[in-house]
Design a binder for this molecule. Sequence first.
Ligand code: G1P
Length: 290
Amino acid sequence: MRRQQITKAVIPAAGLGTRFLPVTKASPKEMLPLVDKPLIQYVVEEAVAAGIRQIIIITGRGKRAIEDHFDISFELEEILKQTGKEHHIPGLRRISEMADFCYIRQSQPQGLGHALLCAKHLIGDEPFAVLLGDDIIDHSTPALKQMIDIYERTPAPIIGVQEVEDSEVHQYGIIDAAQTIDELHKINHLIEKPTKEDAPSNLAVIGRYLLIPEIFEMLEKTKPGKNNEIQLTDALNDLAAFRTMYGYQIKGNRYDAGDKLGFLQATVEMGLKNPSLGKAFKAYLKGLSL
Ligand code: G1P
């Protein structure tokens, strides 16, 4: 495979967030605040830190707040100026200037694979990244950067994985690795949310992918799978049949922020790490009689 620089990333954000009801009834899950930033901003910042310049967000009904968040807010800036709070403006501007943002609406939620297919015309003939907003990964080298560094040496589709407990395999895409060299697992096949008995390993796909445009041909042929949705994992499995594909074991603490408990864990740990809040938050937690 010819190595091309990866500058585009797709962030699917059209999901209904049913695991987080009722808060997601009228607000996008992607806008849930993790300490002081919405979840999706962490993912965008990770992509930008890995060299991504164009962010394509797949949205749907009720997701307007995402577009407003990454846009310039002239009215807010004006009010901040009038009220002597203009020191907030550079930080707000930085959010909209991080990358070029494009939005595509997925009219019907038909699964992750279908959401990705909506971006086909904006990707063209180049490799690209996909980041899922539920997976918040904390490491000094951003997860996507770790993967792009591998891709520079090994230009092939790369799927981010981490080990999970047997009791959790049914929540993830799971890879069957043929051969492992360092942290790279050559993928034989993938299966979406298998039972414990059917899982070929404990290596779970965690929301980071480096893909090639051929995935769209596979997605166009993919029939609805698990939960009657077009599954990206099924299309990847078809691609793995004739393309070398790797699972890369991502380094870092990963939180499933689309889940209530995972979100609380992320809030506590990121809160403790926050430069301006961490000390006071730690003192507060220590004072709790648990
Ligand atoms: C999706 C993918 C699954 C992957 C998971 C990671 O599932 O379909 O393969 O393991 O994300 O978070 P979802 O969590 O959207 O059901």
